[in-house]
Design a protein around this ligand. Structure first.
Ligand SMILES: CC1=C(CCC(=O)O)c2cc3nc(cc4[nH]c(cc5[nH]c(cc1n2)c(C)c5CCC(=O)O)c(CCC(=O)O)c4C)C(CCC(=O)O)=C3C
Ligand SMILES: [Fe+2]
Length: 371
């Protein structure tokens, strides 16, 4: 029998994610939810709708979250961590407000949130905090008791997130033809965001020149590239590149795009490229379409061999890492000394987003932070 682990002061964990359509009829309403008031051109929306229709109108993200949820529950149970785990989304059922209502009605009052985004940014952090504030306001309007909500620190540099990615790169290298494997370059990819959003990502003192968003990705890429070099004895050129650009063409977003990068790599004589989606926690649509479909077709057209590294998904090391992060935060909230695991040069991220962290274009109430 495992010893009991103490989650006090928390009484439940909330897995907070993006959500995705589960059939063709869901695609348009899903995209309307995602883009409400966000100024995305109609043409782009039509195009993204086609990505989903290509996969029968089903995003892989919900199934992946169900699997992750089951893995978290099994891990907590096996380790004697008596913390119930719930799941809610920003853009599709189960919707966050419905999940929080169920949590309140089940008697939970002090909730810790795990967002399926490992890095600082408006889209990956503050927007979820705004969603939490909206949901809390809705429950308050229904006369339900007040919930207190915290959010786990960004886990981009936690060993539970980084170590599976190193193995994923090694596995992807093995998929390449043997004669190019040792000379293959690495392309670390993440979601492009507007330059203004990147420059203001993270705490105010980290703003400017890509902000915390770019710095955190570069830190992870460095750790993974170093570990791969150590494992293979080969020093490979690598670069952080971007994918899934949205928005109006005249607004600058982070570049280069993975497809342009593959073209440049090919022109410069790279014999093969491994694409490593360090920006994502599961193989959802941004990975399945933008990398496995679009970028892979681009590489085929160029005659450039490519392989794509898996995301962490429900890897047991990632699941165990989340358990450690939950216990770390619970311990810190109780005021006890705690060790904070982090690889790379940046050190562990803050527990509570400070004032001015990842500001919105138009300020809105956000929960689980100082402003
Ligand atoms: C940083 C970031 C992450 C990573 C962090 C995290 O994981 O949260 C992420 C994840 C995701 N993005 C996703 C889907 C979409 N994102 C869109 C639009 C946008 N994403 C943005 C940023 C991010 N997005 C931004 C700045 C926009 C422009 C509009 C706006 O300012 O909000 C659009 C609209 C159409 C389009 O233009 O692409 C869609 C459909 C899915 C679900 C995939 C599936 O269904 O499997 C996931 C996991
Ligand atoms: Fe997105």
């Amino acid at each position: 029998m495992a010893d009991e682990l103490d989650p006090t002061p928390y009484d439940a964990l909330l897995l907070l994610s993006f959500g995705g359509p589960e059939g063709p009829d869901d695609v348009v309403p899903f995209l309307e939810n995602v883009t409400a008031g966000r100024g995305i051109p109609r043409e782009r929306l039509k195009e993204v709708g086609q990505h989903y229709f290509l996969f029968g109108g089903v995003s892989p993200i919900n199934a992946q979250n169900r699997e992750f949820l089951a893995a978290l529950r099994a891990d907590f149970a096996a380790h004697g961590l008596g913390l119930p785990v719930y799941w809610g989304n920003r853009n599709w059922a189960p919707y966050l407000t419905d999940t929080l209502r169920a949590m309140a009605d089940d008697g939970h009052r002090r909730i810790l949130t795990l967002a399926t985004s490992a890095y600082a940014s408006y889209s990956g952090c503050r927007q979820y905090r705004e969603n939490l504030a909206d949901a809390l306001a809705a429950l308050e309007a229904e006369g339900r008791p007040r919930l207190e909500i915290d959010k786990l620190r960004h886990y981009f540099n936690h060993p539970g997130f980084v170590r599976p990615m190193v193995d994923a790169v090694l596995a992807a290298l093995d998929e390449l033809p043997a004669d190019v494997r040792d000379r293959a370059h690495l392309a670390f990819t993440t979601h492009s965001i507007p330059l203004t959003a990147a420059d203001t990502s993270g705490p105010v003192e980290r703003h400017g020149d890509g902000g915390a968003y770019v710095a955190e990705h570069l830190d992870v890429a460095t750790v993974v590239a170093d570990a791969v070099r150590e494992a293979t004895g080969v020093d490979r050129p690598w670069r952080l590149v971007y994918q899934s650009r949205s928005g109006a063409p005249h607004i600058p977003w982070l570049e280069p795009d993975i497809c342009d990068h593959l073209q440049d790599e090919h022109a410069a004589g790279a014999p093969a490229v491994v694409m490593v989606p360090i920006g994502f926690v599961s193989d959802h649509m941004e990975v399945k379409y933008d990398l496995d479909t679009e970028a892979t077709a681009k590489a085929a057209e160029l005659g450039l061999p490519v392989a794509r590294a898996a995301t962490v998904g429900a890897d047991p090391r990632f699941v165990a890492g989340i358990r450690e992060l939950v216990l770390e935060r619970a311990t810190a909230e109780r005021g006890a000394p705690v060790e904070r695991c982090a690889l790379g040069a940046l050190g562990p991220s803050h527990d509570v987003c400070p004032v001015g962290c990842c500001p919105a274009r138009t300020p809105r109430p956000a929960a689980a932070g100082r402003d």
